[in-house]
Design a protein around this ligand. Sequence first.
Ligand SMILES: [Zn+2]
Ligand SMILES: [Zn+2]
Length: 123
Amino acid sequence: MAKHYCGHAGCRTLIPLTQHYCDRHKHEENSRRYFHRKHSGGKYEAFYQSTAWTKLARQYKVAHVLCERCLSRGIIRKADICDHIIPIKTDWDKRLDWNNLQSLCQNCHNEKSEIEVAERKNK
Ligand SMILES: [Zn+2]
Ligand SMILES: [Zn+2]
């Protein structure tokens, strides 16, 4: 079977092509994956810093000063964050869709993020 060197810099242990690291350096696999995840998040981070988004979010917050989630429960609370109803990680095309936005207070935003994380874990 074809073999290659372990992915650890300087390690000359030969391992099967299906593996990236030898047993001794296996733990590096995790940080590698972590790096990839972080890296793929760059697109979203860049978007949140883009002028198109900051402008839109500002406009939306001016139009919706109160937290919409609290409002639906009869609570009047100032909104802190302009949030995507459908997360841009789920539907990238809706990132600048006015109808996909909602104003949330910090509390509601945290709550929503927690639910999203929980839902993702259930999948
Ligand atoms: Zn190694
Ligand atoms: Zn709220």
